[in-house]
Design a protein around this ligand. Structure first.
Ligand SMILES: C[S@@+](CC[C@H](N)C(=O)[O-])C[C@H]1O[C@@H](n2cnc3c(N)ncnc32)[C@H](O)[C@@H]1O
Length: 274
């Protein structure tokens, strides 16, 4: 299985290297930052609270748009990603915006070998879990990098979304499994990129499904205490073609209103020493 994981991660890294420069051009978030704004949602701003002066480690930061937004909110940020192109784009954006931030090129699973600090906040969001091969190890790494009393926060698409397809417009059918299998799923279709529908990525991806219980149990086993868990009816990308805009950068599914969660958030704390 180790060889399958290595091959999957290598392939995913190449995919993210390919699409990072595409995203610099197509992410509306880049313009918002250049106009002096931030791209964080009111959900995460409210649930995390004041970050001013706090150290924040952002796992899987991609081109750094969220990381730099937290910097603009006063956090002392470190963004990590295993895609060299993503980190190069993040550093370039940081220089252009003249914001304080450190961007590190690293696989999350190897981060402990190059980073030797602890943080007030470990943050990750929007399309991160499907790329991870082992959630128990991921949660141990999060706990390792948190100071005591520090918080972990994630905002992510709800795992229930992964079981559906809407091949008949507007009608969801259950086509994919919900539960985790160690073998990743290969996606090598000709679907356009999620941020630029004129671009079809050349590289396939390997992705893992994680259930809500997998996510919660991994964090609890790593010793974190759950503080909040919330589900929402809107999502940060157009997961199904029949979703419609909720706001400029968010989407919802009016015909499934009150029936289907699309997003979850979770906040957990590392307990203090006794
Ligand atoms: C969907 S993006 C994160 C989204 C980001 N919040 C945004 O809005 O742009 C997923 C990121 O995870 C990174 N990634 C995937 N697996 C990783 C790993 N094992 N270690 C570090 N980064 C990883 C990819 O390079 C990619 O930049």
């Amino acid at each position: 299985m180790e060889n399958t994981y290595k091959k999957a991660e290598k392939c995913n890294e190449e995919l993210w290297d390919e699409i990072a420069p595409i995203h610099v051009k197509s992410y509306r978030e880049v313009d918002i930052l250049k106009e002096g704004g931030i791209v964080l949602d009111e959900i995460e701003l409210r649930e995390i609270g004041d970050v001013n002066g706090k150290t924040l480690l952002h796992l899987q930061c991609h081109i750094g748009t969220d990381t730099l937004s937290w910097a603009r909110q006063g956090a002392l940020v470190t963004g990590v990603d295993f895609s060299a192109q993503s980190i190069a784009c993040a550093r370039q954006l940081q220089q252009e915006l003249q914001l304080e931030a450190t961007f590190l090129l690293a696989n999350v699973y190897k981060l402990r070998t190059i980073l030797h600090e602890q943080f007030d906040i470990v943050y990750t969001s929007r399309g991160v879990l499907c790329w991870l091969r082992d959630l128990d190890e991921w949660a141990q790494i999060i706990a390792h990098f948190l100071k005591s009393e520090g918080i972990f926060y994630i905002m992510e698409s709800h795992p229930i979304c992964n079981i559906f397809d809407d091949t008949k417009p507007g009608e969801l059918t259950i086509t994919h499994p919900y539960f985790h299998t160690s073998e990743p799923t290969l996606w090598d279709g000709s679907d356009p990129d999620y941020a630029d529908d004129t671009y079809v990525p050349q590289h396939p991806s390997y992705e893992w499904d994680w259930s809500l219980s997998d996510i919660l149990n991994a964090l609890l086993k790593a010793g974190l205490h759950l503080e909040s868990f919330n589900e929402y009816e809107r999502l940060f990308f157009k997961r199904f073609p029949s979703m419609v805009n909720y706001s400029e950068r968010w989407f919802h599914f009016p015909q499934y209103a009150r029936k289907l969660p699309l997003l979850f958030t979770l906040k957990a704390r590392k307990p203090g020493m006794r």
